[in-house]
Design a binder for this molecule. Structure first.
Ligand code: DOR
Ligand code: ZN
Ligand code: ZN
Length: 428
């Protein structure tokens, strides 16, 4: 007898029914026939996807836990169908020393209900070689906060490390952002819809080009976070075709929303980089040119969001909206089922070196999300486990939603109820 068998599963909308056997938290078999098990879950013909992987979350723990913490953030992940998250280092203190990295590993191990990895920040360059043996998902660099000299030093230092080390980048050019922001401020501009002019697409395109040059020079893999401009994506893909190891990420808001949302939602849609106009942004039909959807789940309090355009905190919470929005677009015929799997499961696992994640195959972790393609409702932040109390997808009428999430065979979400589950560091 195995531990668990999920029966009447569909691996894709067109496929035949199958059974998934789970033993010791891993997928033991994928067969047409039922396998005797201690526990059986009848999926009743619903879709099963590999547990989603979010390569880009901000859980704010430690230091900013009034916005989110590793418990609520990971509960939001499980509620949205995510079983693995990679957390960003801009906490207080930042996760840019070996000591802070270890502290955050401890916090996450105690609080997370899903599996996790941590991106390391970069501060004192001497810490880079001390953090590397702790297996960060990547070294994350905010290009909007650094000058070129420091950036070069960081690449040089990381290139000398043994093994494969990824650099994740927030690609916005610091000088252009500062220049445009001060000019708008001095002109007294205060409307949320003008925010995109303070951080124009060119700032991103320039930073992307610079990142690609550095990646090529130092032969390092780079991951470009939250690409907002079509031209940035073209640059990334061009350099990929020349042999650079570069991966691209888009957020659900940069994919599905555009700058016109500022008129409706004001600063609730403020994010860095800003939402772009329809002509500048990457369109839904171009999703096959992007490697990963990362939610950039970046929760803040309503009070912080409701300040004026310059003071309002940038960031949008996304873990509990992403799959609903994507499946709805699948149901409308705008995106394929295969691309959802590619950008939220397979590519994140491949690009960020997760050997046991991202695929429903024998020997993989039994990370599974069951999706009801027909479940309907309206998105509302009132249903969030996240501490964030806003979403620009408020009122979105969805068709299709995650109804159960299993992390290494343990049910962590069923019908939007969360159960305790010890999340693990995936790179330990
Ligand atoms: O909008 C953003 N919010 N962009 C970032 O790069 C940081 C993030 C945050 O941490 O809130
Ligand atoms: Zn960023
Ligand atoms: Zn981010």
């Amino acid at each position: 007898m195995i531990d668990l068998c999920l029966i009447n599963c569909k691996l894709s909308p067109e496929s035949d029914l199958c059974c998934i056997g789970v033993e010791n938290g891993q997928i033991a078999s994928l067969k047409k026939t039922h396998i005797p098990a201690e526990k059986t879950i009848d999926v009743r013909g619903k879709i099963v996807l590999p547990g989603l992987i979010d390569t880009h979350v901000h859980f704010r723990d430690p230091g900013l836990t009034y916005k989110e913490d590793f418990k609520t953030g990971s509960q939001a992940a499980a509620n949205g169908g995510f079983t693995t998250v990679l957390d960003m280092p801009n906490t207080i203190p930042p996760t840019n020393t070996a000591k802070e990295f270890q502290k955050k590993l401890k916090i996450a191990s105690q609080k997370s209900v899903v599996d996790f990895g941590l991106h390391a920040g970069v501060g004192d360059l001497k810490e880079i070689e001390k953090i590397a043996p702790l297996h960060p998902a990547s070294f994350k660099v905010f290009m909007d906060l650094l000058d070129n000299g420091v950036l070069q030093d960081i690449f040089q230092k990381i290139a000398l490390l043994p093994g494969k080390n990824i650099i994740s980048l927030h690609p916005e050019d610091r000088d252009i952002v500062n220049h445009c922001t001060s000019r708008l401020k001095s002109e007294g501009i205060m409307e949320p819809e003008d925010y995109a002019r303070a951080r124009p697409a060119l700032a991103e395109e320039l930073a992307v080009s610079q990142a690609l040059v550095l990646a090529n020079h130092y032969q390092l893999p780079v991951h470009l976070c939250h690409i907002s401009s079509k031209k940035s994506l073209q640059l990334a893909n061009m350099s990929k075709s020349l042999g650079c190891t570069v991966s691209s990420e888009i957020t659900p808001h940069h994919l599905f929303l555009d700058s016109s949302c500022f008129l409706k939602w004001g600063n609730l849609t403020k994010t860095n980089p800003p939402l772009r106009s329809k002509s500048e942004k990457i369109s839904v039909s171009e999703l096959d040119q992007v490697d990963i959807i990362g939610t950039d789940h970046a929760p803040h309090t309503l009070e912080e969001k409701e300040k004026n355009v310059w003071e309002s905190s940038p960031g949008i919470p996304n873990l509990e909206t992403t799959l609903k929005v994507l499946i709805t677009h699948y149901n409308k015929g705008n995106i394929s089922f295969e691309s959802i799997k590619r950008v939220l499961c397979e590519n994140p696992a491949r690009i960020f070196n997760m050997q046991k994640k991202g695929f429903l195959k024998e020997g993989m972790d039994a990370d599974i999300v069951i999706v009801d393609l027909k479940k309907t409702g309206r998105i509302t932040c009132e249903d969030f486990y996240s501490k964030a109390r806003y979403t620009p997808f408020e009122g979105f009428e969805y068709v299709g939603a995650p109804v159960m999430t299993l992390c290494r065979g343990m049910t962590v979400m069923e019908d939007n109820q969360i159960f305790p589950n010890p999340g693990r560091h995936i790179y330990s």
